[in-house]
Design a binder for this molecule. Structure first.
Ligand code: PRP
Ligand code: ZN
Length: 291
């Protein structure tokens, strides 16, 4: 579908688990997103991009059909709708698993205990594939919303639903059991994407911005002062992405060392850095990294 204003179109979840993180990712790409309230299409003020706010379940099909060229959605929904779209990149948020969940007081020891049971889900395709791959004969009860209420209403024995924090299950006196699928948010595109040169440039630029935000999220900027004699030992400890920067200070005996490190490494090395003589250790967030 050709848009009137020539803007690229990106579909995002209207309201749900992925909405806030999807919009934050785009804001960190320096896109000026105004409040969307109930609008379906929102133009980005400072970029040739329109956001399409949709139910997450509809996003893969809209992208497959070319209504939007790009989308941000969970892998679970892509698999369930069996949509033919291309996954460009995992986005590192919206992590959850599709699990069989059972009443708190029930026991499920083996997969075969599912035989003969009724399982309510809004993921009938994934669940049916899972059951048939494991040669289980169970009845799949297809429900589109509030699946977690099914056991207490007596319409199913168990459920198969997404679990993130586990709060929804707990509130409904259910517990997670067998894991059916792991999922996270991904950026997808239409498979036969044909863009004119202008749109193609925006597409590449947007991918580069997203890439740089994702790189930055996993990295931190480490700064510290190091006595001359300790430099060698300190440099050995730093798991730097590139060679660290070493700068002279007014005090000739001390050097400033700066490095970009993987965020999760900091607490592993900080005590060793101190014992090696480093002081004034600072760890800063990074907004963007263009490698
Ligand atoms: C899923 C699922 C549960 C909730 C679980 O809904 O259906 O309701 O998330 O999360 P929790 O373990 O953190 O409580 P989702 O956000 O995908 O909304 P949808 O059902 O409208 O797609
Ligand atoms: Zn959904």
């Amino acid at each position: 579908m050709q848009t009137e204003n020539g803007n690229l179109r990106l579909a995002v979840q209207k309201s749900g688990r992925l909405t806030e993180n999807s919009l934050n990712l785009l804001k960190n790409c320096n896109l000026d997103i105004e409040k969307f309230n109930d609008r379906l299409v929102v133009n980005i003020k400072n970029y040739k991009l329109d956001l399409l706010f949709l139910r997450d379940d509809d996003i893969p099909e809209y992208v497959q059909d070319g209504v939007a060229e790009l989308g941000i959605v969970g892998e679970d929904v892509i698999k369930e709708t069996k949509s033919d779209v291309k996954i460009i990149k995992k986005l590192g948020f919206g992590k959850c698993s599709l699990r069989i969940a059972i009443p708190e007081n029930a026991e499920l020891k083996n997969l075969s205990d599912l035989n003969g049971k009724r399982i309510a889900t809004s993921f009938p395709n994934i669940l049916k594939d899972f059951l048939s791959n494991n040669k289980i004969e169970a009845k799949v009860v297809n429900i589109s919303g509030s699946v977690e209420a099914a056991p207490s209403l007596g319409i199913a024995d168990y459920i198969c639903d997404l679990v993130s924090t586990g709060n929804t299950l707990k509130l409904n006196k259910l517990k997670a059991s067998i894991n059916v699928l792991e999922s996270e948010a991904v950026l997808i595109k239409n498979k036969d994407l044909k863009l004119n040169l202008d749109k193609y440039k925006i597409y590449l630029n947007l991918l580069a911005r997203i890439e740089s935000v994702l790189n930055a999220k996993n990295s931190k900027y480490l700064m510290m002062n190091v006595p001359h004699d300790s430099l060698e030992e300190v440099l050995k400890l730093i798991p730097s992405l590139k060679s660290p920067t070493v700068l002279p200070l007014a005090d000739k005996n001390i050097l400033a060392v700066h490095a970009v490190i993987p965020s999760e490494k900091f607490w592993e090395i900080v005590d060793y850095l101190k014992s090696a003589g480093a002081s004034g250790i600072l760890l800063l967030s990074i907004e963007n990294i263009v490698l």
